[in-house]
Each structure stands twice: as C-alpha cells, then as structure tokens.
Design a protein around this ligand. Structure first.
Ligand code: ADP
Ligand code: GN1
Ligand code: MG
Length: 365
C-alpha cells in the first residue's frame, strides 16, 4: 500500500519528501491517511481515497470543494489575523491540474494540507463545545451565502430528501434482500408509524415555504476542527456541501453532538438528548444566522433535530436490511446497533420537544 501511496502522492504538487502514511480519523465513508514529510519545515498532508461508490462524480465534487474553499479563503483574507492555512481546507492540486488522481484500480485520491494542532472530537464534553459547534456551522453557512456563479453541483442528489429515503426504505423492506427483516420488524414499525410526519420539510420546500441555501449536510462534531482552546478552527468534510435546507445542518449537529451516548452505543441507557448541549448548539448557530433566517426556517430548527435523527435511523436500518453496503461496519449487527441508538435518541427528543421549541424561540428573538 505504501508503494501505491507514494506513487499517488508524486502526482500532487506537494512540498517536502514523503516519509510515511498513517491511517487517520473515524469517518464512515472515505478512507483517510495522514502523510508525514521528512523535513520539519515542510507541511504534512491529509490524503483521502474518495468513496466513489457513493460520490460518483469525483471531477464535479472536486470543483465544488475548490469553489467553496476559494470563497471561504477570500472571506478570511478580509479578516485581520486569520490563520488561512488552518481556518479553511486547502486542496492540493495535481501536476495535471485535475485536483484528483484516479489509480489503476479505479480509486480516486485527493490531498489537503494537514491542519496541525487541531482537535476533532467524536463526543462533546460540555455546552461550550456545543456552542462552538453550532457557531462553526452557522458561520460556514453565512460565509457561503454569497458564493458567486451557478449552483453547486448536486453531488448526492436527494441526500436529505427524507420523503425519498422513506420510499426507498419501503422498497428495501419489501425486497428483504438478505433475509434480515424478521429481526427488525419492531424497528421498521416504529419508523413507519412516523413516516408522514417526517416528510414535512421536503414538502415545505416544494411548496416554496422554505428557501434552499448552501448548507454542509454532514455536520457531525468531528467535522469541525477546534484549536488548542476549543475555539472554531475549520469546518471540514466538504463532500456534501450542496443546496439544501437550514434545518439539516443544525439538526444533524444536534443529532450527533447532543447525544449523551454514542452514535452506535450498544447500551441504550446511555443514549438521550442532553438539553444543555441542545441549547449550546442553538445559541451558537442562531448567533450566526438569525439575521437572515425566515420565520418559517426558524420554525424548523428544533424539528430538524428530530428529522435528522429519524432519517439517520432509516438510513442505518436500510443499510442493515440491505446487508451493509453503505456504511463501514465493525460487526455484522453494527448497523442495527446504530439504528436502535438513533431510535432511542429520537424518543428522548420527542419527550423534550416542547422545551426544545422554547429554547429556539428564546435565541431567535
Ligand atoms: P469522512 O468523510 O470519512 O468523515 P473527513 O474528511 O471527515 O472524512 O476526515 C476524517 C477525519 O480526519 C476528520 O474527522 C478529522 O479528524 C481528520 N481531518 C480531515 N481533514 C483534515 C485536515 N485537513 N487536517 C487535519 N485533520 C483532518
Ligand atoms: C457519514 O462521512 P462521515 O462519517 O462524516 C455520512 C453521514 C452520516 C454519518 C453517520 C456522505 O458521515 O451522512 O450522518 O456517516 N456521510 C455520507 O455517522 O453519507
Ligand atoms: Mg467526517
């Protein structure tokens, strides 16, 4: 593998001499390496194999990321004291100018500057981190609001189209391709009982009640890098940045970050929504966005947390029933464990929904 990696790296315009590549991070989709260079005064790099079974058009994806990072960099250049190489991802170009390398096996590779001394947490430990996370994604969205040119390429069309996800799920249940349905009937019933409720946001979009904006769409807390003092450094993992609705970002950030347990916690007693972390996310996010959000958008923010949790449960269960073709799994029942944890989290949000709405109202006014 190292030989292959060295051959790939040579095709990027990097400084310094390749020393080693170490597998890095906890992403469920791409494969990531930290590439160290020998010289202390040369940068290190982050090398990724893009999952092209999911991201089918890597050339367009590469262009999206370049446009987004160029725009964010231009914004930072206007802010005195910005640390440009650490506050925005820097994609490294290839010798042929394409920005990615396709190897003989059909894998797509890309490289970014490695952001040094950054913290990336899978789990939050306090409400300040939630506030910083909410602020980071709010700021990301507001800085991209004036991205010039044509709309970003829809790399994953209908990514958060819950209505479509439900229809696909119903089809998957019908097909039962690997015979796992009998073990999960209770989970299927739980999700199907709520299917009408969670089509609402897509329907509001279709009716023109909600505007589309450029949003991140994969706002796990480990997709924001923090600095030594737990302040915002950089929003990363830009593959899914596309037009979508505001509630997707804050909703997914809360789904992932305000959970008292893990996304794949086998012990459901650990799993619930921490209302203080919820408040932190909402406070930070609204500080950055409330001046532009419409009342209809504000109305969807608390709902968005439930929506994205519901949708994630559908996605994990769909993958389980399908025989684990989408998410990386560490055990045959991993996707089922994840589904159950998302369902437990959703129940906890349902119980606290009135309070969640009151918090949104408080910070939106
Ligand atoms: P995935 O799509 O698989 O989640 P990410 O782009 O989020 O991949 O990268 C995986 C992890 O690698 C991140 O959670 C973060 O910890 C780390 N990471 C990503 N990009 C950088 C970077 N440029 N510098 C330092 N660390 C990074
Ligand atoms: C994936 O790539 P990563 O690990 O940040 C997924 C998200 C899910 C998340 C669940 C492109 O995110 O949508 O919410 O796993 N990304 C894609 O952990 O499907
Ligand atoms: Mg990630």
């Amino acid at each position: 593998m190292t030989k292959n990696i060295q051959a790939v790296i040579k095709q990027f315009i990097i400084e310094g001499t390749f020393e080693e590549a170490i597998i890095f991070g906890d992403g469920l989709i791409n494969t990531t390496y930290k590439v160290k260079t020998k010289e202390a005064d040369k940068p290190n790099y982050l090398l990724q194999v893009v999952n092209h079974h999911i991201f089918k058009n890597v050339p367009e994806l590469t262009k999206n990321i370049k446009r987004v990072t160029d725009h964010l960099r231009a914004k930072l250049e206007q802010i005195p004291g910005s640390d440009i190489k650490r506050q925005v991802l820097t994609p490294i170009d290839t010798v042929d100018g394409k920005g990615y390398v396709k190897d003989a096996e059909g894998n797509y590779w890309r490289v970014f500057l490695f952001i040094e001394n950054a913290r990336s947490y899978n789990k939050l430990s306090n409400a300040k981190q939630a506030y910083v996370g909410g602020k980071a994604f709010g700021q990301f969205q507001s800085r991209l609001a004036d991205l010039p040119g044509e709309p970003l390429y829809p790399v994953l069309p209908d990514f958060h189209n819950t209505e479509m996800r439900i229809l696909n799920f119903i089809e998957r249940v019908k097909q039962n391709p690997v015979g796992r349905l009998k073990e999960v009937q209770a989970e299927v019933d739980f999700l199907m009982a709520r299917s009408e409720e969670y089509k609402k946001v897509v329907q509001m979009g279709r009716e023109g009640i909600l505007p589309e904006r450029i949003v991140h769409q994969d706002t796990k807390f480990n997709n924001v890098l923090l600095d030594e003092n737990d302040e915002i450094l950089c929003v990363i993992d830009l593959d899914t940045v596309m037009p979508g609705f505001v509630c997707y970002d804050i909703g997914d950030a809360i789904r992932n970050g305000a959970n008292t347990g893990l996304e794949d916690d086998p012990n459901l007693e650990n799993v619930s929504m921490d209302i203080d972390l919820f408040e932190g996310f909402i406070k930070g996010f609204l500080e950055e966005t409330k001046s532009v959000l419409t009342p209809a958008e504000v109305d969807t923010l608390a709902f968005g947390a439930k929506l994205l949790t519901y949708e994630q449960a559908v996605r994990f269960l769909d993958d389980y029933i399908d025989g684990d073709n989408y998410y990386k799994v560490n055990a045959p029942d991993h996707n089922l464990v994840r589904t159950r944890a998302q369902i437990k989290l959703l129940q906890s949000m349902e119980e606290q929904f009135e309070q969640m709405e009151a918090i949104v109202k408080q910070y939106a006014s």
